[in-house]
Design a protein around this ligand. Structure first.
Ligand SMILES: [Fe+2]
Length: 408
């Protein structure tokens, strides 16, 4: 798989966001496992992520958190001062990825209803597409719910064409055809920079791209959503983890992964599996009040520096027990990686290796009040996997946290 990507990736072009971020194809192959594919044969071509839209209880403060703790840069804004009386929206960027943080301003904003039900979470996994109408036609033909018909939206910077389809729970995929739109985000947003000054010595960016977003769906629904992404959006199945792969004594889940043609967009989909105690997926479904995005994996080219910088800003990660690093079987399995194992151990970074290479990864604790959304940092070195070898250690760490919350 890696070889194929290496030999053919000259045919893929960078997105504007990637070019702006100073990334090149080789870096993207390493960061997110980008591969070449024949877009002409794709019934629903997706270029990559457009932006990840969060609804939060306090966007003003969340914007501060993602600038300080996640090193993101404020690039655009919409709110009462710009004529949007309903809500405030802050657009933050890191490398090639944008987060949009929205919080209701007027008491009757629909965003408050979303927040009341789900807490802080991802409302829209927005994707950049070369042809919105083609995608919507395909989506409708395949039985998807079109929640917004293709529409041109314009301002002084140009026109974007937008539509949206429903995904799991109340999550949607807005499809954005940017053309030569030159504004800072979408029509209605104005360019805005933050006043926060980074600490001396902190990395220029804590992450360069988004690798994958995991969706949690109800028991028995995983295959339905895999089929949705296959049939509606032409995504391919990447890997499959079922049963013992990811079961501990108490908690279990099943997971399958779908990806768009060029693999920029990867969606592992989880459903709970029957176990002795409550699955972490059940806990999520209970507290998110339904299916939704569980974690976002941020691709970094220096996970050690990123973890240090985030920890210095107070971000909390799941603990990994020393026994993980002292396990001879693990040491033999992972072989040589770019940093001494002691350096990984002192930071709690996990390692996994497969036939293509290895990856380093670590998971934050939930970032909001509810035990729902969290982040992963991932540094890929050839491996296109998701850390299957770490699932058991990871889930045991999650269960310790679940237990502390009284939810196991
Ligand atoms: Fe992940």
């Amino acid at each position: 798989m890696t070889t194929q990507a290496d030999s053919s990736a000259e045919h893929i072009s960078l997105t504007e966001q990637e070019t702006e971020a100073g990334l090149d194809l080789q870096q993207l192959q390493q960061l997110v496992g980008l591969v070449d594919y024949d877009e002409a044969k794709d019934p629903f071509p997706v270029t990559g992520w457009d932006a990840i839209v969060f609804v939060v209880g306090n966007a003003t403060q969340a914007a501060h958190y993602y600038q300080t703790a996640f090193g993101m840069e404020l690039v655009a804004y919409s709110g009462p001062e710009t004529g949007n009386r309903d809500h405030k929206a802050f657009v933050l960027k890191s490398g090639s990825i944008k987060f949009v943080l929205k919080g209701g301003v007027t008491p009757d904003s629909a965003l408050h209803d979303h927040h009341r039900r789900h807490g802080d979470g991802v409302v829209d996994i927005s994707l950049e597409v070369p042809d919105v109408d083609k995608c919507v036609e395909q989506a409708r033909r395949a039985g998807a719910t079109v929640v917004q018909e293709p529409t041109d939206v314009s301002d002084e910077h140009g026109t974007v064409r937008i539509a949206a389809i429903a995904a799991y729970g109340e999550t949607r995929h807005t499809l954005v055809q940017r053309g030569d739109y030159a504004g800072p985000y979408l029509p209605g947003y104005v360019a805005r920079t933050g006043t926060y000054v980074k600490r001396d010595g902190s990395p220029k960016r804590m992450f360069q791209a988004l690798d994958h977003i995991v969706g949690n769906v109800e028991l028995g629904k995983m295959d339905e959503w895999v089929s949705f992404y296959n049939k509606v959006m032409g995504f391919v199945n990447m890997a499959e983890f079922i049963g013992d792969d990811i079961a501990t004594d108490y908690s279990a889940l099943m997971s399958k992964v779908v990806a768009n043609g060029n693999h920029r967009v990867k969606f592992p989909l989880n459903e709970p599996a029957i176990a002795k105690k409550k699955s972490q997926i059940d806990e999520y479904l209970e507290f998110y009040d339904g299916p939704g995005a569980q974690h976002l994996a941020l691709a970094t080219n220096d996970i050690l520096a990123t973890v240090d910088a985030m920890r210095a800003e107070g971000v909390e990660f799941l603990d990994t027990p020393d026994s993980y690093y002292e396990d001879d079987e693990l040491r033999a399995r992972i072989g040589n990686v770019r940093a001494p194992i002691e350096e990984l151990q002192s930071r709690g970074i996990l390692v996994d290796r497969d036939e293509d290479g290895y990856l380093l990864q670590i998971f934050t604790k939930p970032v909001g009040d509810r035990p729902t959304v969290f982040f992963e940092l991932i540094e890929r070195h050839g491996s296109l996997g998701f850390g299957k070898g770490n699932f058991k250690a990871l889930f045991e760490a999650i269960e310790r946290e679940q237990d502390r919350r009284g939810n196991l």
